[in-house]
Design a protein. Sequence first.
Length: 224
Amino acid sequence: MTYRILIVDDEKMMTELLTDHLQDCGYEVLAANSAGEAMALLSRQPDLIILDINMPGMDGLEFCRSIRSHIVCPILFVTARITEQDKINGLTYGGDDYITKPFSLNELSARVAAHLRRDERNKGRMSVLISHELIVNLSERTVSWHGEDIFFSRKEFDLIEFLLTNANQVFDKERIYEMVWGYDAEGDSNVIKEHIRKIRGKLREITGYDYIETVWGVGYKWNR
């Protein structure tokens, strides 16, 4: 099995250095230079995350806290912060280990290997979809944005799951009704419009973003 590692650091030279080293160690590597880029890569289900703390915008601590209840793989903080309180903060926010810069590549790869050996959590890996920093946990049927939960009814979540799983595909109301309510359901596909309206309202209120697009005369699609 080839383990997949996500590196998150705003310094491109650092991500390139770590990518080359970890690839030489036999790992598949994903690299991001911001929390936003990293969020988009979480759907690739990394087995371990190497995360810098000092980043513009959302820093590593906030990023870790926002994803920790949905992402179960080990998170290893790599940072120039060296005080005891910094280390405590990193572990409190959900990190599994802490290594300070400068460090040797051999030490880093040894810690990565140790965490991967000990990690049993990935056996029950959750199914998570990410869209514009929205985290949809299909296993626990939860939706969150920047650590804030957004609550949906059962059918609303079913609609989100269907559209997001088939992102960028357009479906008419009848097709959505068949796939979400079932072929034998007693009802009317016009309920789709009202459910979509409610989902949009809840998402827009928290995120300010319209995830579901109306394709006039055709139907709806999820913009991923």
